[in-house]
Design a protein around this ligand. Structure first.
Ligand SMILES: NC(=O)c1ccc[n+]([C@@H]2O[C@H](COP(=O)([O-])OP(=O)(O)OC[C@H]3O[C@@H](n4cnc5c(N)ncnc54)[C@H](OP(=O)(O)O)[C@@H]3O)[C@@H](O)[C@H]2O)c1
Length: 249
């Protein structure tokens, strides 16, 4: 068992997360995949989930080349039974989870009044309810150990409003609110809850049309912010990061 304090004291060393276990939801592609790679390169054992087996397996093989233990499991983070099974099997295989990155998410854009109830449920369940489900499954062991990092990937859409953003913004504003409240619930118990709000990131995610990927953030930029959070000195925490591309896409 490795406490976060120990991990952070070692932050200047080559593998500051060595001995730690990071669960990254949606680690099969895009931002989650980059985060899994980054945390592996810092020495953490990695568990990733997603729904598509082939993409997940390929991502896991790629992370494993870094030389850390890797667990991968198809799991739908909107389903509490899948989440429980994911956390149990991760901890059986790799040990207790020291870092949780709630990254899995979907985009759906267009005027809210034109969307269906099923659209609402799909986006809110994937982007918001999942953060509740997975955090709830992981928090008890972090509380028992008096340490841990929960990093939630929201969006600048969780701070702003724009036409066609209704359902997505609702989910990401919810993630910011949930993160802030969980941070207050858990800080006295040594568990840090942080939220990252990235601007536009060059991944397959957006259905809003082509982006100027030369100016957008890269998945590695978000991974770098996660690194900053989990290697922050143990007496402090980066509660909310707004991550913007330097030049507007
Ligand atoms: N790209 C951007 O511009 C941007 C900007 C700000 C914030 N974000 C946020 O960053 C996060 C990652 O986005 P991304 O751009 O990397 O998207 P992406 O390339 O589409 O990847 C999404 C990941 O989430 C997984 N996922 C989706 N639904 C899931 C479910 N129900 N259960 C388990 N896994 C699920 C996907 O795997 P499967 O499909 O196989 O399940 C995939 O691994 C999201 O929360 C997104 O809202 C993105």
């Amino acid at each position: 068992m490795v406490r976060i304090g120990k991990l952070n004291r070692d932050a200047g060393k080559k593998n500051p997360l060595s001995g730690g276990v990071a669960l990254v939801t949606g680690g099969s592609r895009g931002i989650g995949r980059a985060i899994a790679h980054r945390l592996a390169s810092l020495g953490a054992s990695i568990s990733i989930c997603g729904r598509d087996f082939a993409t997940l397996e390929e991502s896991a093989q790629s992370v494993a080349k870094i030389g850390v233990p890797v667990h991968f499991q198809t799991a739908d983070v909107t389903k509490s039974a899948d989440v429980t099974d994911l956390v149990v099997k991760t901890e059986m295989k790799l040990g207790q989870i020291t870092i949780l990155v709630n990254n899995a998410g979907i985009g759906l854009f267009g005027p809210a009044h034109e969307k269906t109830e099923a659209d609402w449920d799909r986006v809110l369940d994937t982007n918001l309810k999942s953060v509740f489900l997975v955090s709830r499954a992981v928090a008890p062991s972090m509380i028992r150990r008096g340490s841990g990092d929960i990093v939630n990937i929201s969006s600048l859409a969780g701070k702003n409003t724009f036409a066609g953003g209704g359902i997505y913004c609702a989910s990401k504003w919810g993630v910011v609110g949930l993160s802030g409240c969980m941070a207050e619930d858990l800080r006295e118990q040594g568990v840090r809850v942080s939220v990252i709000c990235p601007g536009s990131v060059a991944t397959e995610f957006s259905t809003r049309g082509a982006k100027d990927t030369s100016k957008a953030l890269s998945p590695e930029d978000v991974a770098h912010a996660v690194e900053a959070i989990v290697t922050q000195n143990p007496r402090s925490f980066l509660s909310e990061i707004h991550l913007r591309p330097l030049r507007k896409p």
